[in-house]
Design a protein around this ligand. Structure first.
Ligand SMILES: [Zn+2]
Ligand SMILES: [Zn+2]
Length: 186
């Protein structure tokens, strides 16, 4: 998804508005974010003389993995994002690093919106995504999904109890095999 800014690039102050819909391809380091549906990117591109300043509203759907129950789920997302596109970002970085607007490379008179969307997604997706605020997650002990079933192990922290029960069962088994009960040994 990209916008052609060749018309305004040499006219500082000139701007064009745009509205694009398309699939977003996320680059390396974002393998945990799926983009199962097209995104809509609406905004204004303004020529600054040094490059193009883009302000956009971004709407789409992302596929994430719940940090509690590990289920994959889709989440609608909408946010505003800004960025600066220049022919040679490395050159600009040297004398202009006082503001925090992200800078992207312009390619042959085009601003690639995927770069802007990707940058905005990373800032707007929760660090620990939840399929639901109320997600009960997985049992720490037996690993069942507590949203789907009631845990049989006694719940988190029941490890010692579970171990104790297993030990009792083992002792009972041994008792049966020996054909004698503990009481008789005393
Ligand atoms: Zn969950
Ligand atoms: Zn459990």
């Amino acid at each position: 998804m990209k916008i052609d800014v060749t018309e305004i690039i040499d006219q500082p102050g000139a701007s064009i508005s745009f509205s694009e819909t398309g699939r977003i391809a996320l680059g390396e380091g974002n393998e945990d974010i799926a983009t199962p549906a097209p995104f809509t990117v609406k905004g204004v591109a303004t020529s600054t003389g040094e490059g193009i300043y883009v302000q956009a509203n971004i709407r789409g759907t992302v596929g994430l993995t719940c940090s509690r129950c590990l289920r994959e789920f889709e989440m609608p997302i909408e946010f505003d994002c800004e960025g600066r596109f220049v022919e040679d970002p490395e050159e600009l970085e040297l004398d202009d690093d006082e503001d925090d607007v992200e800078t992207f490379a312009m390619t042959d008179g085009y601003c690639v919106l995927d770069d802007l969307v990707q940058h905005g997604l990373v800032l707007n997706i929760p660090m620990k995504p939840l399929c639901d605020e109320e997600c009960k997650g997985l049992c720490d002990t037996c690993g069942v999904n507590l949203n789907e079933t009631t845990c049989q192990c006694g719940g988190p922290g029941a490890q010692a109890t579970l171990f104790g029960r297993k030990l009792l069962e083992a002792l009972e088994e041994r008792g049966k095999k020996n054909g004698s009960s503990k009481e008789e040994d005393f």
